[in-house]
Design a protein. Structure first.
Length: 118
């Protein structure tokens, strides 16, 4: 069985500008989470089956852009498999606030970032 896309993320050097842009362009509800230092959660308003997301600040040079997160059972196993297939580890597994899971980020063979979420 395939793995579902579970989340999207927009990372920007000017997160408030990006939050305003996407919110107004697509009529999304964008709410900043004070505990997450400029990060805002996105509700696309597309119904219960829609994929949610977030828009937040860059954490370092070269990490701006858009990425999607795929739901996996085992982050370490997925990262190992990605490297075997020609990808690379970008961010090791880390816990998300509020006990909503763990994430990690890999680069595909072309360098595109892909998030993993368990």
């Amino acid at each position: 069985m395939g793995r579902p896309v579970a989340y999207f993320e927009v990372v920007s050097d000017d997160p408030r500008r990006a939050q305003r842009f996407y919110g107004e362009l697509f009529d999304w509800k964008v709410e900043e989470d004070p505990s997450m230092e400029g990060y805002a959660m996105v509700d696309t308003g597309a119904g219960d089956d829609a994929i949610g997301g977030g828009i937040g600040p860059s954490q370092g040079p070269g990490d701006t852009g858009v990425k999607f997160y795929v739901r996996v059972d085992d982050l370490d196993a997925a990262l190992t498999r990605a490297t075997e297939l020609g990808g690379a580890r970008i961010a090791d597994p880390m816990d998300l606030p509020g006990d909503v899971g763990r994430i990690a980020v890999l680069a595909d063979p072309d360098g595109n970032p892909v998030g993993l979420w368990s």
